[in-house]
Every structure is written in structure tokens, then in C-alpha cells.
Design a protein around this ligand. Structure first.
Ligand code: GLN
Length: 370
């Protein structure tokens, strides 16, 4: 079906509703970064970038991996610049999954994983997580592994729950995958949006995972410009070779001037290391106002999403409720059943708090009246 993000943002625009559905900031990206893109255009970087991406940007990403995670990725053979996270995920799945291969995914799952696996001829094996704790039962995962299991997809910080995988989770996963040929996609697009002094457990910190993982990252989430559709994939050379075989015919290369600008911009870690604090303040500002509402919630641990349980308010299914809120109350949210196995309805909506305090105040005012 059509992606929920297209449906809800479309409805929000039509109804002139406050749009807390699709995840994107309603404030500006750094003017300095915009100027750098502008300069790159004026400097003449307006033809195709190299197929794997601008080398200087790949080098800067490689440095960032070294600094943050002490992980080595060769910019020549192990990093590819993509048109956002979704293209990187599509490309990794298409490069690795063949007909009848099984791919284990955890639900609620970001909406592009399953259709892409199916398009590649593979079979998604869905594990529905507990609707409150969203914890992975690794024993259950172990029991699903067989000779057809080709890949597993993890996502931390997790969209839509805002939960974060712990060191223990990653160690268990490392143990389970040891002595198998199973590949991993680690969707880490919210790596810098993590709260309450928790740390991001990147797959690259675990040698037994790093050697089999496509790490997916996004600049849009980090630098407040989701519309630029810029991201990357870091993976060992043998996987990057396969990744690029698809990438070259899927997009060939991505927006050149933006890559030139990002190559400079990401060398300053001040441009991303304060992001957790920045969004934690927004989460707390919003949830403080939401205390007055009839929604129930557990504060998000990461991402710029917050789940709101409405079981105290109505019996309606979440999709109908989200539509009604958009049309009648002029606020758009995401019903999370669309990410669940068989659209399990847990009476939960997802809201995006990547918004100005003014927008968050308006949103809370509406939600508190419901
Ligand atoms: N990642 C964004 C979200 O979860 C949506 C991206 C998209 O619209 N495909 O809201």
C-alpha cells in the first residue's frame, strides 16, 4: 500500500492540519551549511559526482567512525554515499537477498523493510515485539534461524518506539550470528538523537557484527534537512562491492554540491554531538505540556518520535482515530498499527517532536483537549 507518510502528510496538507506525522523538522537547517551547498554550486560542482560518492566526504565519514566508535572503514572500498536512508536500505537488501531468502525483521518496523525484501523475492520473517517494552526476545530470534535465513534488520534508536538497543542486546545478537552467514542491516539513522545519557550501540562496535553489517546513516536527521535526501552506507569491502553493483544502476550517484558541502561541514563535531541534548529538551518541553492530557506515554529514549497511547480516550482503531484527529482537530499523527504484524492495533499514535516550541505548544493544546 501507499506509505503512511505520504498518506498522512497529504491529508495534513489538504486539511491544513498541524503536521506531527511524517518525521521532519519545522525549523531551519544551519545557514552556514546552506551557504556551503550554494558555494559548491557556484564553484561548478554541478555534474555527476563519482559513483560511490565524493571522496572527501567518504574520508570525512571514515574519520567520524574512527573518532566516535574507533571503527575502521576504508573510504575507497567501504563507504558509499546514497540518496538518503531509504535508498541505502533498498540497495543493501536488493544486493544481498535472493529468491526465497528469509529476512528477520522486528515489528513495529519502519515501513520500507518488508516491501523491499518482498520485491527482491525474499520472505520477511516478522517478530512482533511487546507493545510496551519493545524488547527483543533473543531466544525467540534464535528459534527462527534456519538454513534459509539470509539477513536480519535492526534499528536503534528505533522508529517508531524511540527505544534503544543495549550493549547486552548487541552482545546477544553477536553471539547468535557467530558461525552463521547471516548478514545484518543496522539502521542507525537516528544515531545522534539519543537521550538521558544513554550511548548509541553502533553495530560497528562489535567485531562479530561489523564484519557482516551494512550500517545505514542519514544526514537529513542529523542536520535538519530531510528534503535533501542524503545518507550513506558503511559496510566491509566484500559487501560494499555488491552494494555498489546495485547502487550504480539504482541511482548511479547522488547530489554533487551537497556532498562537497557536507565534506566540510561534518568535520566539525559540534555540528552533531549536541543533537541529543537539543532534542531531549524538545521531548521534555512537549511531554511536560502533555501531562495534562488523557494520553498515556513513556518518554522516548531516542529518535524524534514519541508514542502516545489513547486507550483512555476511544475504542476506535488507530488509523480511523488518526484520520479523525487530522480532519476534525487539525493535528496529524501516525497510527502505529501500520508498522505492526498484521496491523496489530495497540491504540497508539506516533508524534514527531522535531518542531519549534511554538508548534509543540499548539500541538499540546489541541491534544490536551481531546
Ligand atoms: N523517516 C520518516 C518518518 O519515520 C519518514 C520518511 C518518509 O517519508 N519516507 O517519519
Amino acid at each position: 500500500p501507499t506509505s503512511i507518510f505520504a498518506i498522512m502528510s497529504g491529508l495534513a496538507n489538504k486539511e491544513n492540519a498541524l503536521n506531527l506525522s511524517q518525521g521532519f523538522p519545522d525549523f531551519k537547517s544551519d545557514f552556514h551549511l546552506i551557504k556551503l551547498v550554494n558555494k559548491a554550486m557556484l564553484d561548478g560542482y554541478n555534474q555527476y559526482a563519482p559513483m560511490p560518492g565524493v571522496y572527501g566526504l567518504r574520508e570525512a565519514i571514515s574519520e567520524k567512525f574512527k573518532k566516535l566508535y574507533q571503527a575502521k572503514y576504508n573510504p575507497e572500498t567501504e563507504i558509499t554515499i546514497t540518496a538518503g536512508g531509504t535508498q541505502a536500505i533498498f540497495t543493501a537488501i536488493t544486493a544481498a537477498v535472493k529468491k526465497e531468502d528469509e529476512v528477520i525483521i522486528f515489528k513495529p518496523a519502519y515501513d520500507c523493510y518488508e516491501p523491499t525484501v518482498e520485491l527482491a523475492g525474499g520472505k520477511p520473517i516478522a517478530v512482533q515485539l511487546d507493545p510496551e517494552s519493545f524488547k527483543i526476545n533473543w531466544e525467540e530470534v534464535k528459534s527462527l534461524i534456519n538454513s534459509k535465513t539470509r539477513m536480519m534488520i535492526i534499528n536503534s534508536p528505533h522508529n517508531p518506539s524511540g527505544k534503544v538497543l543495549s550493549k547486552e542486546d548487541m552482545q546477544q545478537l553477536e553471539n547468535i550470528l557467530k558461525n552463521t552467514n547471516i548478514l545484518l542491516i543496522s539502521d542507525e539513522v537516528y544515531e545522534h538523537i539519543i537521550f538521558d545519557n544513554q550511548s548509541h550501540e553502533s553495530a560497528c562496535l562489535y567485531p562479530g557484527l561489523k564484519e557482516r553489517t551494512f550500517i545505514i546513516a542519514s544526514f537529513g536527521k542529523t542536520f535538519h534537512n530531510t528534503g535533501w535526501k542524503m545518507g550513506y552506507c558503511a559496510a566491509p569491502a566484500y559487501l560494499t562491492t555488491e552494494f555498489r553493483k546495485v547502487h550504480q544502476f539504482n541511482v548511479f550517484s547522488v547530489h554533487h554540491p551537497t556532498q562537497i558541502a557536507l565534506a566540510t561541514y561534518i568535520t566539525n563535531e559540534q555540528n552533531y554531538l549536541n543533537l541529543g541534548d537539543f532534542y531531549q529538551q524538545k521531548r521534555d518541553f512537549f511531554l511536560n505540556l502533555m501531562k495534562e492530557s488523557r494520553f498515556k506515554f513513556i518518554p522516548s529514549n531516542g529518535t524524534y518520535f514519541q508514542l502516545l497511547n489513547f486507550s483512555n480516550i476511544t475504542d476506535e482503531n488507530d488509523f480511523d482515530f488518526a484520520k479523525r484527529l487530522t480532519i476534525e482537530n487539525k493535528i496529524a499523527t501516525i497510527p502505529i498499527s501500520v508498522f505492526n504484524e498484521q496491523n496489530l492495533d495497540t491504540k497508539v499514535l506516533r508524534v514527531c517532536f522535531a518542531k519549534t516550541e511554538e508548534t509543540l505548544k499548539k500541538a499540546a493544546e489541541i491534544l490536551c483537549k481531546i
